[in-house]
Design a protein around this ligand. Structure first.
Ligand SMILES: C[S@@+](CC[C@H](N)C(=O)[O-])C[C@H]1O[C@@H](n2cnc3c(N)ncnc32)[C@H](O)[C@@H]1O
Length: 390
């Protein structure tokens, strides 16, 4: 058994045992689901809860007496991979935001090009363009947004690079045609189904070298995750989209404004839920879809009207915002107490998903490695899976 497979088994056992900690919807809870944790979790006030939740090390120390196995599982950290020697910005990188540029430079620092490159879900192909300049290998960037393809082609043309775009849907049946054995296939921040297809197509074609940094694990076909690896299917955690979102609830600290907006959003979602329960007589939580942040800049009554329309509920003639917001306060605290525990499984769940992808490639005859390719401040999605077929 490979080291990764052994790690996967241990992690699967832990995640199965601790399902009650992470596979639950905090917004739907009416009480703390772990009575034995109540004395500890009820002690901190809201500011203390926020501070703990933002500091992983402190939160793990806080929970260590109650969840020693979960805390110990964090000892397994993926190694730091190579980083770019510098982040100097050439003129052509104008317009690429600083963090994105650092991600691209760090990703590229881990690529040795021996084969033509396929860049999957490339955007404007910034990564492909950097590699086309550094090496002599031709680069093909696949992207479905025609405008991004046009801009990418133009930028490559200005630099007279051997870098071309294929404007195509990565999820279409014929997308497999772009993978070859003598090729290096790359995907930086390809969402769920897009990177699952990337791995399947590359493995089927026997593509020599792969490098993938996955994101948005929940954007898959279907409601439940179907593990890629045989090991994953044996240890199936029955992950629904809500569980697959958990690893993404890890933010680069966004500063005071982002914190304030998060606080308002949480409160307003819960206040609307209180309102809808009184309108419908239901006791069940009614989730709202993702919405633009500008909706949080008006007042709660307007937001509640919008939400009622979204959920096809009759809009009340008058909405007493203060009343519903007050009712949301205690629920918000409950959610935060539950999330203090649930968030401590973000890394473990992401590790499980990464290992499932890694084991799939091992089963397909690849040598696989995992690590972090860039600093946490550049992006929370900083894992890099690399695979070689010899
Ligand atoms: C998160 S962005 C990453 C872009 C680029 N790799 C980067 O890191 O800057 C994902 C890209 O996938 C593209 N995309 C989404 N769905 C696609 C599809 N079905 N086929 C091809 N490209 C797709 C989007 O247009 C977007 O440019």
């Amino acid at each position: 058994m490979s080291i990764l497979a052994a790690q996967f088994q241990q992690l699967s056992a832990l995640l199965h045992r601790t399902r009650g900690d992470w596979q639950l919807a905090p917004f739907a809870c009416k009480a703390l689901p772990w009575p034995e944790l109540a004395p500890a979790l009820m002690a901190p006030n809201e500011a203390q809860l926020d501070a703990l939740d933002e500091d992983d090390t402190a939160a793990l120390a806080f929970l260590a007496p109650f969840r020693p196995d979960m805390v110990a599982a964090h000892d397994f950290q993926l190694p730091e991979l190579k980083r770019a020697a510098d982040y100097a910005t050439p003129r052509w990188s104008n317009g690429i935001p600083g963090r994105k540029w650092a991600q691209i430079r760090d990703f590229a620092a881990n690529i040795t090009t021996e084969h033509p490159i396929l860049e999957w879900c490339a955007g404007k192909g910034h990564l492909g363009r950097l590699l086309a300049q550094q090496d002599t290998q031709p680069v093909t960037s696949l992207e479905w947004n025609a405008d991004l393809c046009r801009q990418g082609e133009q930028l490559a043309g200005q630099l007279t690079l051997d870098h071309h775009f294929v404007c195509a849907d990565a999820l279409s049946a014929d997308a497999a045609q772009w993978f070859r054995p003598e090729q290096q296939a790359l995907a930086l921040h390809a969402c769920g189904e897009l990177h699952l297809r990337f791995l399947r197509h590359a493995a089927a074609a026997g593509t020599r070298r792969l490098a993938l940094s996955p994101c948005c694990y929940h954007l898959i076909d279907g409601e439940h995750y179907r593990p890629l690896s045989a090991a994953g299917r044996q240890q199936n955690l029955q992950l629904d989209r809500q569980s697959l979102r958990l690893p993404l609830q890890q933010q680069v600290t966004g500063g005071e404004r982002v914190r304030r907006l998060r606080h308002i959003e949480l409160t307003w979602r819960l206040a609307f839920d209180e309102l809808q329960q009184s309108l419908t007589g239901s006791l069940d939580y009614l989730p709202l879809p993702a919405f633009p942040k500008r909706l949080l800049s008006g007042d709660f009554a307007d937001f509640a009207r919008w939400a009622c329309e979204q959920k096809s509920l009759p809009v009340p003639d008058s909405i007493d915002g203060e009343h519903w917001l007050q009712r949301a306060d205690s629920r918000r605290l409950l959610v935060k107490r539950i999330e203090l525990v649930r968030h401590r499984y973000r890394y473990l769940l992401e590790l499980w998903l990464l290992l499932d992808r890694a084991l799939y490639l091992e089963e397909q005859g690849y040598r696989v490695s995992l690590g972090t390719f860039t600093d946490r401040l550049n992006t929370p999605r900083r894992y890099l899976l690399q695979a070689n077929k010899t």
